[in-house]
Design a protein around this ligand. Structure first.
Ligand code: MG
Length: 348
């Protein structure tokens, strides 16, 4: 009898198969403007952007953040990348009996701090306590709602001035030939910080999580206009994100390795551990696809935000290639395959 494996929840190819088998086959998935079946960062129903995420990170506290930081940032970001302004969050907690009260105070204060920095309040919640062993210390689920950015219509007008665009929202299927790809900052920090801290490799003194709400950054981009898609490279990293866009948008993507920002200690850790930084999860980064004539302006706008100061143009969409093509530092070319699973489990 087949049983569920870790890889099926790890954000890569195995999870895509899992979703086809258990979600798309079992649930109705065509309701809404952006329905469940679109498998986007959030759904859009009656003009309301709606998303949910569960946080099972291990350990709960790590360099630069904790499960509370993630639980707010992750959900705010999934609402924001739809071109929406997040309004409010829910927070459901499942606690293991015996959990430390002082640790819970720390996590609650971090939930509050992060939600204040995003300007998005937690307005409803639920708490369950289960017996020892029934859950690993603490799991949190947050859901978020958002409303269409007031700049989104003008943003899409700028897209349509450049080319045909059929959707009413930025989304994973909207990328087309010539669109410019922007990454908002250095990648790999969250996964490497977690792994290093957990396993004691020593990189944790230099590498901290990037977890942060990005609603101000995405809004600054939408305000410029010309944004056709945004997505946060969480589980499966940049590699998974680009493959998802290429597949859903039916267009090739070309990225230049030398332009992808990766911090020195993150690169060193990845080389030592034999993992690909493109496959490592991030919690405070976004990738944007923008029509060519708006790209430099969008880049400039997001660089003015604290989370986007290191943003770069890393490539473009091209109908002349299939899948995701990486132009390497040495002048070669290699196909970026979607990761099978996440090289670092339980990072979010
Ligand atoms: Mg996402």
């Amino acid at each position: 009898m087949s049983k569920i494996t870790m890889a099926q929840g790890a954000g890569g190819e195995r999870m895509q198969e899992f979703i086809r088998e258990f979600v798309l086959k079992e649930l109705e998935h065509d309701f809404g403007d952006i329905p469940l079946g679109a498998l986007d960062d959030a759904a859009v129903v009656d003009g309301i952007v709606f998303t949910t995420d569960s946080y099972t990170v291990k350990p709960l506290f790590f360099p630069g953040g904790d499960i509370g930081t993630l639980a707010v940032a992750g959900t705010v970001n999934d609402v924001s990348v739809m071109g929406a302004a997040p309004i409010a969050l829910s927070c459901g907690m499942i606690l293991e009996e015996g959990f430390s009260e002082s640790d819970l105070h720390r996590i609650m204060s971090s939930l509050n701090r992060t939600s204040r920095s995003a300007g998005v309040r937690i307005v409803t919640g639920d708490t369950k306590v289960v017996e020892i062993g029934a859950v690993d210390e603490l799991f949190i689920n947050t859901s978020g709602i958002g409303r269409r950015s007031t700049h989104l219509d003008a943003n899409l007008e700028r897209v349509r001035a450049a080319r045909e665009f059929l959707w009413n929202w930025p989304n994973d299927s909207g990328v087309a030939d010539g669109d410019v790809l922007i990454v908002s900052g250095s990648i790999g920090n969250h996964g490497v910080a977690l792994l290093s801290f957990r396993e004691g490799y020593g990189f944790e003194t230099e590498v901290r999580t990037d977890a942060a709400p990005l609603n101000h950054l995405t809004e600054s981009a939408v305000k410029v206009g010309g944004v056709v898609a945004m997505k946060d490279p969480t589980r499966g990293g940049l590699s998974n994100l680009l493959n998802e866009w290429a597949e859903k948008s039916k267009v090739g993507l070309v990225v230049r390795e030398e332009d992808i920002p990766i911090d020195g200690p993150v690169m060193a850790a990845c080389e030592m551990l034999g993992i690909d930084p493109l496959e490592v999860g991030n919690e405070g980064k976004v990738v944007l696809a923008v029509v060519p004539d708006a790209a430099e302006e969008v880049l400039k706008a997001i660089r003015k935000t604290p989370e986007g100061s290191n943003a770069r143009i890393v490539g473009r969409a091209s109908k002349d290639v299939e899948g995701v093509l990486l132009e390497t530092q040495t002048g070669g070319k290699r196909l970026v395959e979607p990761p099978v699973g996440d090289p670092v489990p339980r990072i979010c």
